[in-house]
Design a protein around this ligand. Structure first.
Ligand SMILES: Nc1ncnc2c1ncn2[C@@H]1O[C@H](COP(=O)(O)OP(=O)(O)O)[C@@H](O)[C@H]1O
Ligand SMILES: Cc1ncc(COP(=O)(O)OP(=O)(O)O)c(N)n1
Length: 265
């Protein structure tokens, strides 16, 4: 069985963060493991507060995983402070995982910040270059590439710019922010466009976490990058389409629709 590790924050309502990542790994038949960086008190409507786990405990969690069960892929989500980023950087340098999918989480969909504003430079200089794939949404890509993105051409320009200073393939998620739900991948040589059905729904809590974990799962089973992204796109589209409509805000998606669609409850 392939194994995946997520290094991310905990969403107590289960739609995003560590919880979404573990559900996505499981839905792909991957053994999931987790290192918690931050505990977030959040729901589908708001982020109430969060508290970061100490650097020591983050590093010890990573050591505990790697000295026993070596993951085939690492997915990174919420790293909210410079201290957290430094701890994760040191752990990655120590254990040198071959595949690292980085979702550079900065804000929750409801607009609440999940990363300190003084940490972005550290993210760019210390964490981005240690990744094998970066998966920003439009606003994250705007901050990393330092440019405004309003259309697919801007997405391409930003993905190329990020590649130029990181040498890491980058996929920019169009999500609901661009008219068409198109995601753009630049792998250093070519651009790839992934378009999916645009679902008119508010149930998109954790879509970024789910998408990047699905890509990580597909890379763990050695799918080529383009196939890994295409299959992850189909997975997240299905998960959004069949969301269970929970909560008062942006509800979570259905991570297990394909497994349970024929089951009568
Ligand atoms: N309403 C939607 N219909 C279909 N796909 C969507 C929708 N919203 C987001 N997606 C897809 O979900 C994935 C995650 O994107 P996004 O929601 O932008 O990430 P994030 O949660 O990081 O902001 C992308 O593949 C995006 O195209
Ligand atoms: C603990 C935690 N991590 C990440 C996020 C952001 O998740 P994302 O997939 O970008 O989706 P939204 O939550 O923004 O809908 C989070 N909310 N919590």
């Amino acid at each position: 069985m392939k194994k995946a590790l997520t290094i991310a924050g905990s969403d107590c309502t289960g739609g995003a963060g560590i919880q979404a990542d573990l559900k996505t790994f499981s839905a792909h038949g991957i053994f999931g493991m987790s290192v918690i960086t931050s505990v977030v008190a959040e729901n589908t409507a708001r982020v109430i507060s969060y508290e970061n786990i100490s650097s020591n405990v983050i590093k010890q969690q990573v050591d505990a995983v790697f000295e026993d069960i070596i993951p085939d892929v690492v997915k990174i989500g919420m790293l909210s402070s410079i201290e957290t980023m430094t701890a994760v950087k040191e752990s990655l340098q120590k254990w040198a995982p071959t595949l690292v999918v980085l979702d550079p989480v900065m804000f929750a969909k409801n607009g609440n910040s999940l990363m300190a504003s003084d940490a972005i430079d550290t993210l760019i200089s210390e964490i981005l270059p240690l990744s094998t794939l970066i998966t920003p949404n439009i606003s994250e890509a705007e901050k990393i590439a330092e440019m405004k993105i309003t259309n697919v051409n801007d997405m391409k320009c930003a993905a190329k710019k990020i590649y130029q200073f990181t040498e890491v393939p980058t996929i920019i998620k169009g999500g609901y922010r661009i008219i068409k739900v198109t995601d753009i991948l630049f792998d250093g040589n070519n651009f790839y466009e992934f378009s999916g059905e645009n679902i008119d729904t508010k149930n998109t809590h954790g879509t970024g976490c789910t998408f990047s974990s699905a890509i990580a799962s597909n890379l763990a089973v050695e799918k080529p990058l383009e196939d890994a992204v295409r299959d992850a796109k189909n997975y997240v589209t299905t998960a959004i389409k069949h969301a269970p409509s929970l909560g008062k805000g942006n509800g979570p998606t259905h991570h297990f629709y394909e497994l349970y669609k024929n089951r009568i409850f």
